[in-house]
Design a protein around this ligand. Structure first.
Ligand code: ADP
Ligand code: MG
Length: 157
């Protein structure tokens, strides 16, 4: 399922999400625009993934990513949301987010409580951190994809 699409490179603008309060939970997720989501392979499984991310020309950080069903479109369209494992000084709506997805953790799940959801996400983050230190994932941190030519901006690929 998921593995045959990986590594998956993607670049696009960060847009306003559904205001589900991810930030209030301490796990803000940068949402890609509908146009970027539409460019994903239609058969990529929903679930939790990990990889590398960079905002604009900034540093490359570890990330966890969810590909889920978009409640705005009655769950017939997907949403792609990236939580970057880094503390940013400011929000970065409107900026270009570049990611490479290198691995898959688990399918989407429903949780009985907010506490259960938060601890599952914390476990996902720990798993992502461990996996990304392994050579096969670590090598993608240095990929040329993240080194944009000086003074140029890039939109959706
Ligand atoms: P929204 O519903 O608009 O996506 P969130 O609560 O998910 O709101 O917050 C996402 C926003 O938080 C991102 O678009 C970004 O501007 C900001 N942000 C700050 N730190 C991070 C981070 N570490 N990872 C992802 N987004 C972050
Ligand atoms: Mg979000």
């Amino acid at each position: 399922g998921a593995m045959r699409h990986l590594p998956y490179f993607c670049r696009g603008q960060v847009v306003k999400g559904f205001g589900r309060g991810s930030k209030e939970l301490g796990i803000p997720t940068a949402n890609f625009s509908e146009q970027v989501v539409e460019s994903f392979p239609s058969d990529i499984p929903t679930g939790i993934y990990y990889g590398w991310a960079c905002v604009g020309n900034g540093d490359v950080h570890k990330m966890v990513l969810s590909i889920g069903w978009n409640p705005f479109y009655k769950n017939i369209k997907k949403s792609v949301e990236t939580h970057i494992i880094h503390t940013f000084k400011e929000d970065f709506y409107g900026e270009i987010l570049s990611i490479v997805i290198t691995g898959y953790i688990r399918p989407e799940k429903n949780f009985d409580s907010l506490d259960a959801l938060i601890s599952a996400i914390q476990e996902d983050i720990e798993e992502a951190k461990r996996q990304l230190d392994l050579p096969e994932h670590l090598k993608l941190k240095e990929d040329n994809f993240f080194h944009l030519p000086e003074g140029k901006t890039v939109n959706n690929h």
